[in-house]
Design a protein around this ligand. Structure first.
Ligand SMILES: Cc1cc2nc3c(=O)[nH]c(=O)nc-3n(C[C@H](O)[C@H](O)[C@H](O)COP(=O)(O)OP(=O)(O)OC[C@H]3O[C@@H](n4cnc5c(N)ncnc54)[C@H](O)[C@@H]3O)c2cc1C
Length: 808
C-alpha cells in the first residue's frame, strides 16, 4: 500500500467512489480510497435506486440533474453498466394544495433547465395503466426520473476512477487519523499508514465513528427505511415496456418498476432510529428485521393510486439503515475545526446526489471552492448547538414528513427551542411568533392581544398579513424595535487588522475611527461569499456584522486566511453579544432618550458607529445603518445588558408609539427598498455585479481576494443577469421565491424574494432577469403559484429610491 497520497477517501460507498472518480477526472493523481469491507458495504448496496431531479433548493436540483445525466456517460467511460432506466416519472396531485405544490416545482425547475410538463389524466393512464386516476386533479411528468442499480453505479465510479490511476483498497479499515503540524494527516490502517495531504470522510453509516477518530462530532443519526419488491404483476408483464416512477406530494411513498413487478418505498409515519449511540463496527452487508406494520399507512396510500399493489405477492422486504443530518441534507466541505479534512457525510439520497457531491468535493479540494452555492449542504451550517437531542428530534420529524408540502415561510417546531436570548420571554409576552435561526429563537411577527400565537400556513397570504402591515407602517411613520441578536458579530483587532480586512473584503476599510462601510467578501474566483457591515471602532479595532447562519462558514474562511505573524486576531462575539434595532423617523428621538451626548444628524451621521454608554450599559456599540430604508440604529451589547436596555427603550418609546416588529415586516420593508438579503438574493452563485454590489467594490485598491477574477468579469462585459424589483399584479397571493419570470413570452429569469409591500400597498418581488431583457418599466409576467401574472420591472427601488429617509 502507498505511504503517501494527495487525497485519502475513507469509505467505498457511492459517495466515496463518486468523489474518487471526480478527483481523478479533474486530473489529480496519488488518490487512494480505503474501504473497511467491500465496496457498497454501508447503505449503498440495499438502496432502491430511485431517481428524481426536481427538488429545492435550486442548487440541489442542479446537482441531482448532474448526477442523473452522468449515468450514461459513466457507463460509456467505465464499461460498467449502471442499470440506468430513464423511464421518467409522474407526480400525482389530489388536492388544490398539491396541484399548487406541483406547479411551483414545475416553475422552479425552469431556472435550471429541468424539464417537466403537466399531462392529462388520460395521458397519465396511458403511461401507467396500473394507475387509478379517480380523484386525481393534476399529473406532472418529469422525464429525468427513473432508476439505477445502486451496486453497479458504485462499482462504475470505482472502475472509472481506477482506470484513471486511483487506487482502491478493500478490507482496509481506517483505525486512526492523526493531524500533523504541517496540515497533513496520517491515516492509519492495520495494513499500514498513509500520509495524506487531504482526508475525506465519506464513511456513510460510520461517519460519526470516523469523525471521532479526528476528534470531531457530526450531527448525524441513522434511521431505518423500508421498501418492498413485489412478484411479477400481470398488468406490468403484459405491457411490454416500463411504467414511469410514481409519487405524490404528502403521499409518504415512492414507487417504480422492478423487473416485471414494482418496488414501493415508504417514509414511515413512525420513524425508528437505529444505532443512536454509534454504528456497530462489524455491521456489514446486513439488513434489519422488517416491520410491515410500520409501513401500513404508506402502503394504503399507495394502493389508492396503484390498486394492483394490494394483491401483488411480496418477493422481498428490505429494511436498511441510512444516516441523516438534522435537515436530512448532506454535511459537505472542509470541517471548520480541522485543516484539510473534508466531510461528505449524511448523503441521504446517494444515487440522486452522489455525482453532484463528488463533483463539488473534488472542486473544493482541487480548486479551493465549489462551482455553485452549496451552503444548504455545507457542514458549517450547523454549530455545536446541533446536539444529539436536536438531531434525533429533527431527523424524526423530517423523515416522517419527507414528502409533505412545505408552505411558504413554514417554520418547524421539532427539537426547539435550543437557544434563546435574554428578552425571549418579554418578546413572547409582546406576542412574538418565533422562527429558528442558527439554533436561536427570533421574532417573525407580533400577534395582537388575544390572537393565537401561531402561523397558519397556506399558499395565500398568511394569518400574519394584516399585523405585519401594521408593523411596517409603524416603522415607516413612527418607530419600531426589532431583536437582531441572530446577526453575526465579529471583532477584529491587532496592528495588522486594517490591512488584513482590506485584503479580505472588496471595499476599502474606513480610514477614520467611527466610520462604517458596507462590503462584499469575494472568493478567489470572484463569487460573493459574504456581505458585511464594517465599523472602525479604534485604530486597530473593527466590528464586522454579517449573516448569522453563515458564521461558521465565515469563521472557517477567516481562519484559512489569517496571517501567521500574529498581527491580527478575530473573535466571534455572536452568541455573547445581543442586538436590538430601532428604526423609523422617531428612532433618533428614542436613541437620544437613552444616550449620553448629541445624537443629532451631524453628530451621528449615516454610516457611522461608535461604542457608547446607552441606558445602563456602559459598552454598547451603536451603528447607524438601515435595512428598512428608514432612519435607524443597530445596537449591539453584551448579553447581560440586553434586558435592561430593552426595558428602557420600550418604556421610553411608549410616548413615541414604539412598536415591535419582526423579520416578516423587515422582509416587506427591505424589498420595498430593493435591498437584497444574504442567502436569499445573495449567494456564491453571483458575483458582485449581478445584484448591483459593484458600487461597494474598490478595484483601485492594491489587492484583495477575488480582485483579479472580478476585473476579468468586468472586462468581459455586462453580467448575464441583474437583480431587479417587480411589482406584481397579484391575485391574493404574493411571490415567495423561485418563481419563473417571462418577458415577451420568453423565460427571462426567476424570483429570489417575494412579499407584499405593505407601505406601498403593492405585491413585490426581487429577482434576477437576463441583462438584455432588463428595461425600466418593462411589462413582464411572473408565475405566481403557477399562474402567470402581469408585472412591471423596476431597476430602481420602489420606495425612496434616492435613500433620503435613511440618510436624513
Ligand atoms: C432502504 C434504503 C433505500 C434507499 N433508496 C434510495 C434511493 O432510492 N435513491 C437514493 O438515491 N438513495 C437511496 N437510499 C440512500 C442511499 O443508500 C444512501 O444515500 C447512500 O448509500 C449513501 O452512500 P455513502 O457512500 O454516503 O454511505 P455508505 O453506503 O454507508 O458507505 C460508507 C462506506 O464507508 C465504509 N467505511 C465506514 N467506516 C470505515 C472506515 N473506518 N474505514 C474504511 N471504510 C469505512 C463502509 O464500509 C461503507 O462501505 C436508500 C437507503 C436505504 C437504506
Amino acid at each position: 500500500m502507498e505511504r503517501h497520497a494527495r487525497v485519502v477517501v475513507i469509505g467505498g460507498g457511492v459517495t466515496g467512489c463518486a468523489i474518487l472518480y471526480h478527483l481523478a477526472k479533474m486530473g489529480w493523481r496519488d488518490l487512494v480510497l480505503l474501504e473497511r469491507k467491500e465496496l457498497t458495504a454501508g447503505s449503498s448496496w440495499h438502496a432502491a435506486g430511485s431517481l428524481f431531479a426536481l427538488t429545492s433548493p435550486s442548487s440541489a436540483a442542479v446537482l441531482q440533474k448532474y448526477t442523473i445525466e452522468l449515468y450514461p456517460k459513466l457507463e460509456a467511460e467505465s464499461g460498467q453498466a449502471c442499470g440506468y432506466h430513464p423511464v421518467g416519472g409522474i407526480h400525482l396531485a389530489r388536492t388544490d394544495d398539491q396541484v399548487t405544490a406541483l406547479r411551483l416545482l414545475h416553475s422552479r425547475g425552469k431556472r435550471n433547465g429541468i424539464e417537466s410538463e403537466f399531462i392529462s389524466i388520460e395521458e397519465a393512464r396511458r403511461m401507467a395503466p396500473i394507475l387509478k386516476t379517480d380523484g386525481l386533479k393534476a399529473v406532472l411528468h418529469e422525464p429525468l426520473k427513473g432508476y439505477c442499480d445502486p451496486a453497479s453505479v458504485t462499482q462504475a465510479y470505482a472502475k472509472a476512477a481506477r482506470d484513471r490511476g486511483a487506487k482502491v483498497y478493500r478490507q482496509t479499515p481506517v483505525i486512526a487519523t492523526t493531524p500533523l503540524p504541517d496540515g497533513r494527516w496520517d491515516v492509519v490502517t492495520p495494513q499500514g499508514t498513509i500520509r495524506a495531504d487531504y482526508v475525506v470522510n465519506a464513511a456513510g453509516l460510520w461517519a460519526r465513528e470516523v469523525a471521532a477518530l479526528a476528534g470531531i462530532a457530526l450531527p448525524l443519526m441513522p434511521v431505518e427505511h423500508h421498501y418492498m419488491v413485489t412478484e411479477t404483476i400481470p398488468e406490468i408483464a403484459a405491457l411490454g415496456r416500463e411504467v414511469p416512477n410514481i409519487s405524490e406530494p404528502s403521499g409518504g411513498y415512492y414507487c417504480r418498476q422492478e423487473g416485471k413487478g414494482l418496488l414501493l418505498g415508504a417514509y414511515e409515519s413512525r420513524c425508528t432510529h437505529w444505532a443512536e449511540e454509534g454504528t456497530p463496527l462489524e455491521f456489514g452487508h446486513e439488513l434489519l428485521p422488517d416491520d410491515l406494520d410500520r409501513i401500513e399507512a404508506n402502503l394504503a396510500r399507495a394502493v389508492e393510486a396503484i390498486p394492483c399493489l394490494e394483491t401483488a405477492g411480496i418477493k422481498r422486504v428490505i429494511n436498511g439503515p441510512m444516516i441523516f443530518s438534522p435537515d436530512l441534507g448532506p454535511l459537505l466541505g472542509p470541517h471548520p475545526d480541522l485543516k484539510n479534512y473534508y466531510c461528505a457525510c449524511g448523503v441521504m439520497s446517494g444515487f440522486n446526489q452522489g455525482g453532484g457531491v463528488g463533483k463539488v468535493i473534488a472542486e473544493w479540494i482541487t480548486e479551493g471552492e465549489p462551482s455553485l452555492d452549496v451552503f444548504f449542504w455545507d457542514v458549517a451550517r450547523f454549530g455545536g448547538w446541533a446536539g444529539k437531542r436536536f438531531t434525533r428530534e429533527r431527523t424524526k420529524f423530517f423523515y416522517e414528513h419527507r414528502t409533505d408540502i412545505v408552505y411558504p415561510f413554514q417554520e418547524f417546531a421539532a427539537g426547539r427551542p435550543i437557544r434563546t436570548f435574554p428578552i425571549h420571554d418579554r418578546l413572547a409576552e409582546a406576542g412574538a411568533v418565533f422562527g429558528f435561526n442558527y439554533g436561536f429563537e427570533y421574532p417573525l411577527w407580533f400577534t395582537r392581544p388575544g390572537e393565537p400565537r401561531a402561523d397558519r400556513y397556506g399558499y395565500g397570504r398568511g394569518n400574519w398579513f394584516d399585523t405585519v402591515g401594521e408593523e411596517c407602517r409603524a416603522v415607516r411613520e413612527g418607530v419600531g424595535l426589532l431583536e437582531i441578536s441572530t446577526f453575526a458579530k465579529y471583532e477584529v483587532t491587532g496592528p495588522g487588522a486594517a490591512s488584513w480586512l482590506d485584503r479580505l473584503l472588496a471595499n476599502r476599510m474606513p480610514k477614520t475611527v467611527g466610520k462604517t462601510v458596507l462590503s462584499p467578501m469575494l472568493s478567489p474566483k470572484g463569487r460573493l461569499i459574504g456581505d458585511f457591515t464594517v465599523t472602525r471602532l479604534g485604530e486597530a479595532r473593527f466590528l464586522l456584522l454579517g449573516s448569522g447562519p453563515m458564521q461558521r462558514y465565515h469563521l472557517r474562511w477567516f481562519a484559512q486566511n489569517l496571517p501567521a505573524d500574529g498581527t491580527v486576531k478575530f473573535e466571534n462575539l455572536s452568541a455573547r453579544y445581543c442586538g436590538l434595532q430601532i428604526a423609523g423617523p422617531g428612532s433618533r428621538a428614542l436613541l437620544q432618550k437613552v444616550a449620553e451626548g448629541d445624537m443629532g444628524a451631524n453628530a451621528f451621521p449615516f454610516l457611522s458607529g461608535r461604542e457608547m454608554e446607552l441606558g445602563a450599559c456602559p459598552e454598547a456599540i451603536v451603528v447607524r445603518v438601515s435595512f428598512t430604508g428608514e432612519l435607524g440604529y443597530e445596537i449591539y451589547l453584551p448579553a447581560e445588558y440586553q434586558r435592561g436596555l430593552y426595558e428602557e427603550l420600550t418604556t421610553r418609546g411608549r410616548a413615541l408609539g414604539l412598536r415591535h416588529f419582526g423579520s416578516r415586516a423587515l422582509l416587506s420593508l427591505r424589498v420595498e427598498k430593493g435591498f437584497p438579503s444574504w442567502g436569499i438574493d445573495l449567494s456564491p452563485d453571483y458575483g458582485p455585479f449581478e445584484p448591483g454590489l459593484d458600487r461597494f467594490l474598490r478595484l483601485d485598491k492594491p489587492d484583495f481576494i477575488g480582485k483579479a477574477a472580478t476585473q476579468a468579469r468586468a472586462a468581459a462585459g455586462p453580467p448575464k443577469e441583474r437583480l431587479v424589483t417587480l411589482t406584481v399584479d397579484a391575485d391574493g397571493t404574493d411571490c415567495f421565491g423561485g418563481e419563473a419570470i417571462y418577458r415577451n413570452g420568453e423565460l427571462a429569469g426567476y424570483v429570489t424574494s417575494g412579499t407584499y409591500g405593505h407601505y406601498l400597498r403593492e405585491s413585490l418581488a426581487l429577482g434576477y432577469v437576463r441583462s438584455p431583457l432588463v428595461e425600466d418599466g418593462a411589462a413582464v409576467e411572473v408565475e405566481v403559484v403557477g399562474q402567470r401574472r402581469p408585472a412591471r420591472l423596476s431597476t430602481r427601488p420602489r420606495y425612496d429610491p434616492d435613500g433620503e429617509r435613511m440618510r436624513g
